[in-house]
Design a protein around this ligand. Sequence first.
Ligand code: 1CP
Length: 366
Amino acid sequence: TDPNGLSFPRLKNDCILKAAHGQKTDYVPVWIMRQAGRYLPEFRELRKQHSFFTVCETPELACQVTLMPIKRFDLDASIIFSDILVIPQALGMQVDMTSEGPKFPNPLVDVKQACTVLHWDVDMSKRLDYVYKAITLTRHELAGKCPLVGFSGAPWTLMCYMIEGGGSKTMSKAKKWLYQSPVESEQFLDRLSEKIIDYLLNQIKAGAQMLQLFESNAEYLNRSLFEKFSYPFLTKICQQIKSRSCDMGLPLIPICVFAKGAHYATDLLTKQPQLMNVISLDWTMDPVHVRSQCSSGVCLQGNLDPCALYADPEVVSSLTRDMLDEFGTQSYIANLGHGIYPDGRIESVEAFIDTVHKYSRQKNNS
Ligand code: 1CP
């Protein structure tokens, strides 16, 4: 029985949690960012009937989609079906999901407006209730097959979407805030952090067994901007989650940070293993180099190029073995170096997962 009275089926596969805590595992655990997505025909079929946010907001549908990859593949984690943009929505922003990705018809204009127009007093425990319900339902439906990962966008990445109104090649509008109004930007990021902390604690309460923070837009920063506008908030979020989980009698679960493109800061990211238990590397980062900088106790995650899944299964297996040779087989979670693309090949996904399991067992036994 978890705290807060929820009782869930017994967990049968805790391999990823062991790896995240730096404990010895018999094999390398594996999951795939965006594993419940458009590369799955059953997902595309379901999306014909329901809009993206209807799926997110309907616990039964979110649960059904979360389980799709688990039914097909031998994965060591599931990740709740949702999106990082539910936080801007909760703060009162309209988000439309188009075929080209998310679009905000009314992005934030300036710092002053952001303070007045957003619903900062929103109660995250109520407003995003559908996410927590989906998590609790999915924990039951998983029947202990593997742990359930919860997630949130990190403050800088959410700020980018809220200002740019969608994807951008440069993030120049969002970066303008950082250079023109650094103090107000920090205040804005801090307020977002508070909302994220609240959101993630509610996910733990609902049954999340590991968390991932997506700082997908770290690639638009450099070390000095990252030190000011991202790292302090990632640290604060992890610190607060750990200490408040403790105070609230919630389980102390591992946190994974994915700061895409943060080459310039892998030393910072890997120096607080008690806060940031897992550091996820994107597909351009060198595992051997990052390992050499790591404090002991840090678990690394990643980082096969999502495009490698376009290759034939034998080639994928060979690339996966090379990746395991570089990362090693302990304190390691295999994954892609970013989310899987809509045209990723199913047979290549199978080859990836199968090779991680077989080759890591073989290496551990030799
Ligand atoms: O029409 C559709 O079905 C839309 C495709 C889609 C899906 C399947 C979007 C739109 N979001 C999702 C689900 C999603 N998004 C998950 C679900 C769980 C899983 O991994 O299986 C997760 C974890 C996310 C996280 C997310 N959303 C991130 C962080 C990860 C990353 O890729 O860097 C980001 C940046 C988003 C925004 C977003 N939502 C959707 C798209 C296409 C995007 C990216 C847009 C862009 O490129 O800027």
